[in-house]
Design a protein around this ligand. Sequence first.
Ligand SMILES: Cc1cc2nc3c(=O)[nH]c(=O)nc-3n(C[C@H](O)[C@H](O)[C@H](O)COP(=O)(O)OP(=O)(O)OC[C@H]3O[C@@H](n4cnc5c(N)ncnc54)[C@H](O)[C@@H]3O)c2cc1C
Length: 458
Amino acid sequence: MSDLQQTLDQLRAALGDAQVLTGEAIGQRHYSDWTGHAPACAAALLLPRTTEQVSIALRICNDAGQSVVPQGGMTGLAGGAIPTTADIALSVERLHGIEEIDAAAATISVWAGTTLQEIQQAASGAGFLFPLDLGARGSCQIGGNIATNAGGNAVIRYGMTRELVLGLEVVLADGRVLNLMNKMIKNNCGYDLKQCFIGSEGTLGVITRAVLKLAPQPGETTTLLCALPDYASAVSLLRRVQRDVGTPQAYELMWQDFFRMGVSWLENPVAPMPDEYPLYVLLECAGSRQALEQTVEAAMQAGEVADAILAASHTQARALWKIREATGEFPVRLAPLNFDISLPIGQIGDFAQMCRQRLDQRWPGNHSVYFGHIGDSNLHLTVDCNSLPQPAPILEIEELVYTAVGELGGAVSAEHGIGLLKREFLHHSVSAEALAVMRQLKASFDPKGILNPGKILG
Ligand SMILES: Cc1cc2nc3c(=O)[nH]c(=O)nc-3n(C[C@H](O)[C@H](O)[C@H](O)COP(=O)(O)OP(=O)(O)OC[C@H]3O[C@@H](n4cnc5c(N)ncnc54)[C@H](O)[C@@H]3O)c2cc1C
């Protein structure tokens, strides 16, 4: 009997046949994540129902030296949950549900396989807001959100997932269960081990439960579109709004060509204001509408804002957001090569200019657009591969962009993680010494290297 067969027999005996699938019984959605990169049917798919079953499964695999790929909702954008045919996939989807809402502590305790949307709805039902929000909310699971330290729409106001996690339960590669289910804001008892697992993309342990922070519901928000004369004004307007009104819920910057493209894809392609300004920002703020109006007036007098529209209704606000949501059309209208990068906020304008110049010099006539959540220092850049010589020189473009990111001290991944797809570029943002320490950390949590091999560190 092969080693794999022996391991599968042990897993079936421990978990039951219904929790160990092989061959065609493994649904195709477990083959690859949202990127569709390198799909593969794993040697088996484990569907444990309890923390104890995760623990037993990992102990068996660790003893056998069998690699295991943790899977959540498979909406990742870095290839982190993609198995090879030699791996066993472990999905936490059956570790599902809300355990408790503690209104006094303003926390929600959940199983890792619960979708983000289910958590948002449960929080809302109890009169709170769970502020993590992203387009994949209906399918992504909180275990995956934590494992990728997901960002999303409200980071400027509430922080990344890391800021929303108070406690975790994690199963280590050898099956030991770490109960770190803390509800307290202040807790300085030695090393904060949970931080190691947040953003570790399934390479250090399997997250089974979490305690999350809840926020008060924000009340009415006001949406505003402003045209800006230059990048420096985008930064000074943000700081002015933070000082005089409060930190916005969203601060989405669009360079002129993105704005024009977004408008041209609208059902009624009429720009809400002249489209000749270099930059546009879509801003959403809770709090006093009057205070926001006064702040924008002051910004106009200071020359930071060239034109502005304050949405008069929810419908008008939605219409303004439609321009920013042009990104949803990228896969059908472009051949997009998307970058999710981070830079010190003061340097994003210079980066966009430098990157565009280098791309234009190397591939005259190429089409690239720039937009981002700049309040979180996050810039998105999309190159349309249809505008390049074919086959599109993808690796060369990636090298060009990530080299520029490294030169300005930026991060090759702002929020999607490293997974498989950015592994080769990690060195542009992480020093050799820091990479070596990451390897040491991996070896101490997972000495046999069974958890998600090849991801992040290669
Ligand atoms: C339409 C759309 C919009 C998106 N918008 C955003 C956005 O705004 N911001 C953002 O940050 N991301 C965004 N994403 C990416 C994606 O939704 C997030 O990365 C999400 O956090 C992944 O969750 P998942 O459950 O699908 O994880 P998966 O894709 O299943 O896995 C992702 C990684 O986490 C690991 N993992 C999963 N579950 C566990 C677990 N329980 N324990 C340990 N490791 C685990 C996997 O091994 C893998 O490395 C978007 C994706 C889509 C499709």
